[in-house]
Design a protein around this ligand. Sequence first.
Ligand SMILES: [Zn+2]
Length: 615
Amino acid sequence: MKNHNRATSNDGVKRVVDASLESDRLVLFRVVLVALVFALTARAAFAAPPKPRPRGDVSVGAGGVETPASENGAERSRAVRERTNGSSPELVALARDAQNWFDPKTAPKLREFVLDAAKERRKRWEKYPDVDLERAADREIRRVASGRITLYTDLPSSTEVDQIPDALDAAVPILCKIFHADPAPFENWKVEAFLMRDVDAFVEIRALEGSPRFLYGYSDRNRIFAKDQGLGYYNRFLLMHELVHTFMHEYFGDLNPRWYSEGAAEYLALHQWSPKKGLELAQFPVSEKAYPGFGRLRQIRQILATRRAPSILDIMSFQPRDYEQVSSYAWSWAFVSFLSRSPKYRDVAEVLPYWMVANDPNALFVDAIGDRWGELEYDWADFLEQLDYEYDFEATAINSDPLLPSAPTEEELRKGVVVSIDPTRGWLDSGVRTTAGSKYKLTIAGRFKFYLEDAKKTFDFEGTGATIEYFGGRPAGRVRAVVAPDPTGETFADVYQTASDDNSRDLGADFRFDAFRRSRHTRFGDESLGNASGFSDETLAELKSAEQTNDREPEASRFDFYNALYPWNGGVDFAKSSVVLEPERSGILYFRVNAAPKNLKRNGGRVKVQIKLLD
Ligand SMILES: [Zn+2]
């Protein structure tokens, strides 16, 4: 019972965050829209809530979907006051503005502030009861130790299983490096790992408190658990995922928001291990074979093929119950991988773990992206469209500086302007703005070097492409052009049409993220622009009703329809060296050479495109 109290009070922070997403949000949101909420005094505020919730992957049954004990507004604001007492009000105020987290003067102070708070919380963790070693021997549970890790398992001895502690132990200094954490405190860190076939036996030896309520794995304090998945790599991956949770929980504090904590655990845990070469974490898949059991990339492609996907807002709103579906892990993995690896967003991704203890880390994230939100949506949609093994995040990053530094005048366009396309890059903003209804003649000229995967060498290409090799259903090496609405300056509120406000930093007192508010108005499926899903209206209606019947909540569609391929799947291809473009919407003209992202860097030279406005 004592331990249950610990677990629940530890969970108090999460509980407050959940509660603030319930109704009656105004009090809390006005006072601390994005105030950092620490657990320092949370325990006093939440006496004995009903049930313990395991940390990490509380993903099954009633455990995952339980609603937090209701708390009235007065109690909650008292809790907030108590928790922000004792921390410097000046720092709390600074922490509310995401920009301060990127300011070289304030950022170190804020980081220290969070890490100190996490350390304080860490001191209050109660120790698990010792594993009953005698009984473990009776139940044929083996103990394999290496460095910081002690593994208990009822799986028979094999190289794969018995090397798990080595691999997990090797992960700790790498995680310290990734998070710029001082490795000294982690030198004597101890983690007990449980890889379980017969879960009841592990309850008997006091590994788990009570019956486990999780599907695959979970972490709590310094213990990590995984149910045997029958695949050597995947077992190690699951324990690695839980180890990342435990590490982050230890170092940064609580595990919020869900998309980030799960996405980071997935992203960092994808690894390569060999006793000789050691461990590499945070892999982006080079092939499916290299990570047996990890099918996230394939799953996303399959979902995209149905032209349905959660919007970024949907991902940001994932709740614990959403993780009953493996696809939620896949989306979280993809989004965190994208943010962490994209040269445009990795600075934001680097700060995200520090916001795990914020009352609303999503609001800080929105604030950090600011008026780049429209651009983020474009970059994310492009990433999804081209998602492939060995994805080259550098090469595909859409240029922030247009090819033409200033937009040409109408007169200049009538004469014709020329842009130079780098075939080693993804979509490039030409700097030319086109007008709906006008006609443009686009002409390509020049030869460039293009790499053909089958031949494994480069050839001289003219921009019309090869019909012997395809990528994304289009000839490889062919120049493509697309017109997309200008995303410049668009904020989260513009894209999702949330509470209108002039200041992107202030989302408004009544603004909140809500898992049950499915995005009706995304850039990619804006109902006001008609059906942008790519399906006919009839098919769309059928799919929607089918989806609702399968959903546990028939009134709410699980994910809204989202044409993730828009705008990058439209436009014109240069089947000939000269084409006429008649854009349906005004916007920016983008170009690229069609190629698998991993092969872009193997191309060379330039292809020139003349853009001419016709009468
Ligand atoms: Zn997890």
